[in-house]
Ligand binder design. Structure first.
Ligand code: FAD
Ligand code: NA
Length: 385
């Protein structure tokens, strides 16, 4: 092993740092990943039967308002003009999300103007006026009123957390956006789209350089193979993007995460939902949402099977150590525990902790790329001398 830098994790954080280390420093970089593919959670593959690009770890939509990130990602891929929109099924009807004037007027069988709808929601939200919301249920009612909260938020949230919202802390939701016009464009960012040739092709191009070597199926904590923590830390600069509590053998306790189980369903029809993401707001459907991957890429119509489609249903639950950690639970207790781990991480010789798992943060892809560009400049480059 004659690398100048070892990166644990071939996700977007690790790949961005690797690309920068080669471009800016001419470094030789070794990337290891415990999985059998690069890309981390943004990885995708083509489904042969349908021609759908399946996002293996859940639907990934790229969006950003950060010019530095947008310019950077465009060096490796073009983006389609996909615009993200989400629908939800409630009580046998399909409604647009996020909750907007279309949702409101459909729900109340009305033709409210923006001002009328605003006044109605304010009045309904006033039900608990003057009280401090004791739990997530009360918080939801105080934000958008009971009728909309109970229809669109309550049971969906219960499925996400596998817990009744009256037993969840109010702090889980800060705000519930309601739009008083018919705009149901999901993201408000300057740029959005999907990588034209898929996520994996994009990420392969980021590390297409002979100075970058990737070793897959390799666990950093497995001392029976050469690229392990004990053998490397202190001797060569390391960028670690795995779970920070795992790095320290969970010695202060486990940081809590939620995970998602996916159930694949195939239909003998060209299009099952007519949209890429269908949420299910009610408790009679056990999954939170269904992803119909073909519909993310309508521009690929000619290479998709017109008679078959594939859908992934998502079931959300708390993660154990054996599960994929997806969303930080982030209670006050978790945050305090993370701060303790972060203090230990800062003491590790020549190790830079980064990415979602290494810093226990929910980051979108654009956040991860941005923090990786900064971490390269501020923390990794100085270690390369
Ligand atoms: P990861 O992609 O998790 O990469 C970390 C890598 O480290 C993994 O490949 C892992 O195998 C490896 N690793 C861990 N431990 C070890 C070990 N011991 N040894 C070796 N390797 C190890 N972002 C968006 O912008 N838009 C979206 O729509 C979106 N949707 C999402 C949906 C879901 C369900 C999830 C979970 C995330 C979503 N994201 C989305 C966020 C996006 O996935 C992340 O921002 C990004 O992938 C994080 O990159 P990363 O490099 O920090 O971590
Ligand atoms: Na997503």
């Amino acid at each position: 092993m004659d690398a100048d830098l070892v990166i644990v994790g071939a996700g977007l954080f690790g790949l961005t740092v690797a690309q920068q280390a080669v471009e800016k420093h001419g470094a030789k970089v070794e990337i290891i990943d415990v999985r059998d593919h690069i890309g981390g959670n943004a990885y995708s593959y083509m489904d042969e039967e349908t021609g759908a690009e399946i996002h293996k770890y859940g639907a990934h939509l790229f969006h950003t308002s950060n010019p530095r990130v947008w310019e950077y990602v465009n060096r490796f891929t073009e983006f389609t003009n996909y615009v993200h929109r989400v629908y939800t099924t409630h009580n046998g009807e399909v409604f647009p999300l996020p909750i907007n004037l279309g949702t409101i007027n459909q729900f109340f069988h009305a033709h409210y103007t923006p001002a009328e709808a605003k006044a109605l929601i304010a009045e309904q939200a006033g039900e608990l006026a003057g009280t401090d919301p004791a739990n997530l249920n009360d918080k939801g009612i105080s934000l958008i009123g009971r009728p909309l909260y109970e229809a669109f938020i309550k049971n969906y949230t219960a499925k996400q957390w596998q817990t009744d919202p009256s037993e969840l802390p109010a702090g889980i939701i800060k705000r519930l956006p309601v739009r008083f016009n018919y705009d149901n464009r999901y993201f408000r960012d300057t740029w959005e789209g999907l990588p034209k040739d898929g996520y994996t092709a994009w990420m392969e191009r980021m590390i297409d350089d002979p100075r970058i070597h990737v070793t897959l199926n390799t666990d950093f904590f497995d001392e029976s193979q050469p690229l392990n923590k004990k053998a490397l830390v202190g001797k060569v600069p390391v960028v670690y993007t795995g779970p920070v509590d795992r790095y320290f053998d969970y010695e202060l306790g486990d940081l809590k995460w939620r995970t998602v189980d996916f159930k694949e369903v195939r239909y003998d029809e060209g299009d099952h939902f007519g949209c890429p993401v269908m949420n299910f707001a009610d408790s009679d459907v056990p999954y939170t949402r269904a992803i119909e991957f073909k519909n993310f890429n309508p521009e690929r119509k000619d290479s998709q099977n017109p008679d078959k489609t594939v859908v992934w249903e998502e079931y959300s639950r708390f993660a154990t150590r054996e599960d994929e950690p997806y969303y930080p639970v982030n209670t006050a207790e978790d945050k305090a525990l993370y701060e303790q781990y972060a203090a230990k991480a800062a003491q590790e010789p020549k190790v830079v902790f980064g990415g979602r798992l290494g810093t226990y943060k929910y980051y979108d892809m654009h956040n991860v790329i941005d923090t990786a560009l900064t971490a390269y400049e501020e923390q990794v480059a100085p270690l390369l001398g």
